[in-house]
Design a protein around this ligand. Structure first.
Ligand SMILES: C[S@@+](CC[C@H](N)C(=O)[O-])C[C@H]1O[C@@H](n2cnc3c(N)ncnc32)[C@H](O)[C@@H]1O
Length: 184
């Protein structure tokens, strides 16, 4: 009887250990994926957000998106200007956190956040793209944006620059790129 009890205890311990291991691996996937293949989460600073908004000159009715919206810091600032804004974020914990805070701030009508990889999104309907990325995504993202954005659309990038696209304006380490009509 003692031997059987010991077996059950050992089995329980093995199952518990496997459960904990699986949980840790899942957490690593959630946090490692953006770290390895996208930008790590660091919120934009208040001063940069102000500059991003000033350079974007977004107007009501325009479709605005923050690529990699993190905890929603930029989304809240845009919505507080009376504008509707979308967030795309691949980290589910940050998506939840930003939606919770949007509710707490009473901004839920203006903000939508989707758990999506922005490399899988078609940008052709957007007027304003906000971005705080990281160096190694900028080349690929530039090619995608320039292929898909409509003429007149603006991309506002905090800190990181596109390798081949000349910014129209630059201020306070923030750059504004405008999609020009194709040369005729
Ligand atoms: C530097 S943070 C910026 C957060 C927010 N935009 C801000 O300025 O405060 C970058 C965010 O992009 C997310 N991210 C990175 N690559 C992504 C991708 N391909 N699709 C969606 N989100 C991505 C990361 O999870 C991270 O939260």
């Amino acid at each position: 009887m003692d031997g059987m009890l010991l077996n059950y205890l050992l089995l329980g311990l093995v199952i518990l250990t496997l459960g904990v291991l699986l949980y840790l691996i899942a957490l690593q996937c959630i946090f490692l994926w953006p770290t390895l293949f996208g930008a790590v989460f660091v919120p934009s600073k208040e001063a940069q957000i102000r500059t991003m908004l000033a350079l974007a000159k977004a107007t009501p009715g325009e479709r605005i998106v923050d690529l990699g919206s993190g905890d929603g810091t930029v989304l809240f600032a845009v919505a507080q200007e009376g504008l509707d804004v979308e967030g795309l974020e691949m980290n589910p914990i940050l998506v939840k956190r930003s939606l919770r805070k949007a509710n707490a701030l009473g901004l839920q009508e203006r903000i939508s956040v989707q758990r999506k990889n922005f490399f899988h999104i078609d940008f052709s309907e957007y007027d304003v793209i906000l971005l705080y990325g990281i160096t190694y995504i900028m080349n690929k993202l530039e090619r995608k944006l320039r292929k898909e954005l409509k003429p007149g659309a603006r991309v506002i990038s905090n800190h990181f620059q596109f390798p081949n696209w000349q910014p129209e304006r630059e201020e306070n380490d923030v750059r504004m790129y405008r999609m020009n009509p194709p040369a005729s």
